[in-house]
Structure formats: structure tokens, C-alpha cells
Ligand binder design. Structure first.
Ligand code: UD1
Length: 404
């Protein structure tokens, strides 16, 4: 198992800082464990992997303004590379994590088990009033399991999403997390409907909207004033952004090769910008496919980008080809066409009301032609308004029975 590494020298320094910091923050609770002197509510925000950071940040900033709350950021270490984690903390104006579990990569069971073991120790040492988990990564599930077994309340932000595809590890994480969590914050009506169909009681479900949009709107000015696309010599509205990292798309060498060939085909029509996820980079290298992309003049392979640079490229591209979940939402909000290389999505509202289209590999050429001839529409999605964190904080206040 790898702990923090690659640019994570800082995190080793953090460990000492974290312990001091945490002790200060939780001292009130330790002194008065029964809350008799009205301590602040201790709330853990679990951050683990790249897509989590944009979801944690708006909630953290909103809780910091609440005089009744002490939010602590717990980083499990699932993502540890500088450009998969730390740069997001900087862009999103997050402080260093209060606690870093340093778990790193591993098989599903290893990663989930390591987070459970490490986080349980933290929970026993200092019991929070609420654990907030976000999204659907292995750490989301692991932190939930550790907390509920100790009788600690868990709230899941981005609850109720279902792809109905159990071959996706995320679907398993979503289902188990939603079964166990006490509070389910959903982004859209389909989330509520899925949970009700699964027998979740209505009072646990609070529709709060889409938290990713809060981060995007919080940083809109910075994103718009960024010059990433110009620095790459690209023209506005005249390139396509690509992201690919799902095991189903990159782990099988034959499928990965087919993707590479299609990207070469796309790049003959419009320049392709492809920031490569570490999982994908590894698979390209293992299968000697990197050069197939790198040596093609229309394709720019980049390292993973920070949030603001990446979003600047999305804001200015003609369309996106992706298998990410969050990007389906961001493009829908922005009105940018998105071709999702998956057979299903847990975010169907991005298709019915946004700009997302599911696309099989064999249909990509046809769909790209249709995007280039411009036939995409979108509507404004209810509660995707940049105000979700406020609704989350109001919900926490009510669930924890905070007066005033
Ligand atoms: C994880 C999430 C996925 C999310 C994605 C976003 C699960 C099951 N999957 O997938 O839902 O969409 O994050 O990125 O939780 N690696 C590095 N450096 C890092 C992190 C990962 O090199 O900082 C490499 C390692 O080789 C690792 C591999 O990427 O084994 C996969 O990382 P992992 O966190 O297991 O899954 P992701 O594919 O990133």
C-alpha cells in the first residue's frame, strides 16, 4: 500500500501539524464530552479522491462561518499525487487537511479496509457529532462503515444516484453508503425516487441540489480569467477536452487501443486536449499505447490539471468526451455538449435536462459529427444554483438540533 508520496513531503510535515491542530480543535469536546458547556458541533468532512474536493470545499467554507460548528477535514489519502490532491486544496482555498490517514492505492478491499481501520481509530479518539461523506469513491463507503458501526451519524452528500450497473465499483459504494447513512442529501429528483424505491424513509431524504456547481460558481471569475487554453495555443470553441479513467474504458488493452484510435480520428477534425489520469497513464504505458496518442499532431497529452486550469479549458472548448461523473454535470450547467463514453449514467438528469449524451465507442464518430453540426439543447436544472452548501448547513443545523 502506498501512503502519501510524490510531492507529499508536505503531508509528512502535516502529520505533526495535524495532531496539534486537531487537539486544539477538539479540546472543547474532550473537556466536556457531554456537551454541557455547549461546545461547537464537531463535523468531519471526508475528502479522499479528486472529485471529492470540489464537493467538500463549499460545505467547509459555509460551516466555517457558522458559530456553532467545527468542521475538520479528514483526508483518507486515496489520491495522493500533488496534481490529484494538493493543487485542488489550493484552488478551492481549503486549508491542509486536519487529519491525513495516508492510505494510498490498493485493491478495492485493501483500500476500503485500510480506510476503515485508520478512520475507526480517529473516531474512537475523538467522536464527531456528524460525519459527512461525499460522492461514491471507496473512501466514502469505508468512512461510512467505520462511523455507523460506532453509532456516529453519517450524512451522504450526492445521495441517491444510481447507474443500475453493479459492475461499477462506484455503484456498490453508492448503494451501501445510502443504505447506512442517516441523512441523504440528493442533487435531483431522480435521487429521491431511487432512494424511495429502495425503501429509504422520506424523512432521511433532503434535496439540496448539486454541490459541484457551488465550487464552479465560487471560482467562476478565476476560471474565466485563466489563460490555460491560450497558453496551449488553442482557439476558443475549437478544441475538444477528453478525460478517460473508468476501469471499463482503460483497463482492457483492446478497448483502450480502440479509444486511442478513435481519439486520433477525432483529432483529424478538431484538436484534442487530453489530461491523463494516473490510472490511464499507467495502462497506456503498460500496453505501449502512449506513442499512438503522443505522436499524433492533433492530440495534446497533458498531466492531470488543477481545478481552475481544467475548468478554463472546459469553459472554452467546443465539446467534451469523458467517462467522468462530475464533468457530465459541469458541462450541463455550462451548456457545453458532453459525450459520455459509458453505457449508462447515474446522472440521468444531465441527459433529460442537460447537454449530456451517452455514447458507445462504435457510435462516437456519428455523434461527434452531430455535435460539430451543433444540435444540442439544455435547460436550467433546479437547485443547481451555487447555493447548495447553504442548504446543507441548514440541514445539519436542523438534524443536530442546533438552536438559534
Ligand atoms: C477513483 C474512484 C472513481 C473516481 C476517480 C477520480 C473508486 C472505486 N474510484 O478512481 O470513482 O471517479 O477516483 O479520479 O473509489 N493513482 C496515482 N496517484 C493518485 C491516485 C491514484 O498514481 O494520486 C493511480 C494508482 O496507480 C492507483 C490508480 O491510479 O492504483 C487508481 O486509483 P484509485 O484511487 O484506486 O481509483 P481511481 O481510478 O482514481
Amino acid at each position: 500500500m502506498g501512503g502519501p508520496k510524490g510531492g507529499k513531503g508536505n503531508w509528512l510535515i502535516w502529520t505533526a501539524h495535524i495532531i496539534t491542530n486537531m487537539q486544539e480543535k477538539i479540546s472543547m469536546k474532550t473537556v466536556c464530552p457531554t456537551h454541557s458547556i455547549s461546545p461547537k458541533k464537531l463535523i468531519h468532512l471526508i475528502a479522499a479522491a479528486r472529485p471529492n474536493f470540489m464537493k467538500i470545499a463549499p460545505v467547509y467554507h459555509a460551516l466555517r462561518k457558522a458559530d456553532w460548528a467545527t468542521p475538520l477535514i479528514v483526508h483518507t489519502g486515496q489520491h495522493y499525487d500533488l496534481n490529484m490532491s494538493e493543487v485542488f486544496f489550493q484552488d478551492l482555498r481549503l486549508p491542509e487537511p486536519d487529519l491525513h490517514l495516508g492510505v494510498g492505492s490498493g485493491s478495492h478491499a485493501e483500500q476500503t479496509g485500510q480506510v476503515m481501520i485508520a478512520y475507526e481509530k480517529v473516531l474512537i479518539r475523538s467522536r464527531p457529532d456528524l460525519v459527512v461523506v461525499v460522492g461514491d469513491v471507496n473512501s466514502t463507503l469505508a468512512a461510512t462503515l467505520a462511523a455507523v458501526k460506532l453509532g456516529i451519524k453519517v450524512a451522504h452528500l450526492e445521495a441517491g444516484l444510481r447507474s443500475h450497473d453493479r459492475t461499477m465499483p462506484e455503484e456498490i459504494n453508492r448503494m451501501v453508503t445510502d443504505t447506512l447513512a442517516d441523512i441523504l442529501w440528493t442533487p435531483s429528483p431522480d435521487g429521491d425516487e431511487n432512494l424511495i424505491r429502495e425503501g429509504v424513509s422520506q424523512e432521511k431524504i433532503h434535496r439540496v441540489g448539486n454541490i459541484m456547481i457551488d465550487s464552479l460558481e465560487m471560482l467562476r471569475d478565476k476560471i474565466e480569467s485563466q489563460t490555460a487554453f491560450k497558453e496551449l495555443g488553442l482557439d476558443q470553441n475549437d478544441f475538444v477536452m477528453v478525460t478517460l479513467h473508468r476501469p471499463a474504458n482503460v483497463d482492457d488493452p483492446k478497448i483502450l487501443r480502440e479509444h486511442c484510435e478513435l481519439l486520433r480520428w477525432v483529432s483529424e477534425r478538431i484538436p484534442v486536449v487530453f489530461p491523463v489520469h494516473p490510472r490511464t497513464r499507467k495502462k497506456l504505458e503498460q500496453n505501449n499505447l502512449t506513442s499512438l496518442l503522443e505522436e499524433h499532431p492533433g492530440i495534446r497529452l497533458l498531466e492531470p490539471l488543477n481545478y481552475i486550469r481544467f475548468m478554463n479549458l472546459v469553459f472554452n472548448c467546443r465539446f467534451v468526451i469523458t467517462d467522468s461523473g462530475g464533468i457530465q454535470e459541469e458541462t450541463s450547467h455550462l451548456g457545453i455538449p458532453c459525450l459520455t463514453l459509458r453505457p449508462n449514467t447515474e446522472r440521468p438528469i444531465t441527459i433529460t435536462e442537460g447537454t449530456n449524451r451517452l455514447c458507445r465507442l462504435e457510435d462516437l464518430e456519428k455523434t461527434v459529427e452531430s455535435v460539430l453540426s451543433g444540435t444540442f439543447q439544455r435547460r436550467t436544472i433546479d437547485l443547481w444554483d451555487g447555493q447548495t452548501a447553504g442548504r446543507v448547513v441548514a440541514s445539519i443545523k436542523s438534524v443536530l438540533r442546533v438552536k438559534g
